[in-house]
Design a protein around this ligand. Structure first.
Ligand code: UDP
Length: 243
């Protein structure tokens, strides 16, 4: 008999991982053991029978805003950022397939030799066939972020929730917990409160999109071993953002 705590509460979920979560302690780029650890987290949830979508950022390699701050034209810098997310997606695909999880990388910008172009119905079919779908190249548009890509694809895929896997923090706090010992974690907060108080859940356009589509956002620590599985079973520290 399955332990009730192991029963999934969700059928299809979106996991957003920032690029920085893949760099370990290196300060830049990809740290293969860290990527492998996150792949194990995803595998353990996939084994619960949950359909998993992923969006991975690119901030460990390149961020458009950094490029434009250094005088580069913003849209070009953003395209470079989107390409960075493709490298991360391929690294995650390789790590997932090493542990026996079938995946598809699906790109908002067609690059046929590397991965599939995004076609909604095809992506849905992959999920039904229990393949993890990694949505890459963000939304395919400059001036957006991978948080927005996560909210957009989660809406299109009819995910039950977006899981924001964070590094070094296990939820949404009233102030920065790294600088304030008395910071308090919210168990639950509304979209509007998170927006009006400018709390660091995800960027504002992404949060507004999640709100408008009534998609719950669960913020949790992806650096806790077994953290993703526990959160899906309704355990462990987290913050849920909903109406
Ligand atoms: N980006 C973009 N459009 C998108 C998604 C991403 O232009 O739809 C670019 C943008 O320059 C961004 C970079 O890709 O800075 C990396 O994405 P993001 O900053 O969201 O990564 P994360 O912070 O999650 O690692």
């Amino acid at each position: 008999m399955t332990d009730p705590a192991d029963r999934p509460h969700y059928k299809r979920v979106m996991l957003k991982v920032s690029g920085e979560a893949l760099m370990g302690d290196q300060g830049y780029g990809l740290h293969p053991p860290t990527v492998a650890r996150i792949a194990e987290e995803v595998k353990s949830v996939h084994e619960m029978g949950v359909e998993v979508c992923m969006v991975i950022g690119g901030g460990n390699i390149f961020r458009g805003l950094q490029g434009s701050a250094q005088g580069m034209e913003r849209t070009t810098a953003d395209y470079m950022g989107m390409l960075a997310t493709v490298m991360n997606a391929l690294a995650m695909q390789a790590a997932l397939e090493t542990v026996g999880v079938f995946t598809r990388v699906v790109s908002a910008i067609p690059m046929d030799q590397i991965c599939e172009p995004y076609i909604r119905r095809r992506a849905v079919r992959h999920l039904e066939k229990k393949r993890v779908c990694i949505f890459t190249a963000g939304t395919g548009n400059p001036y957006f972020t991978t948080d927005t890509a996560a909210a957009l694809r989660a809406s299109e895929m009819a995910c039950d929730a977006i899981f924001m896997g964070k590094n070094g923090v296990d939820g949404v706090y009233d102030k920065d917990p790294r600088q304030n010992a008395d910071a308090k974690r919210y168990d639950k907060i509304s979209y509007d409160e998170a927006l009006s108080r400018n709390l660091k859940v995800m960027d504002t356009s992404a949060l507004a999109l999640a709100r408008d589509n009534n998609l719950p956002i669960i913020v949790f620590g992806l650096d806790q071993p077994g953290g993703f599985r526990s959160i899906l079973a309704g355990e462990g520290p987290h913050t849920i953002v909903e109406r």
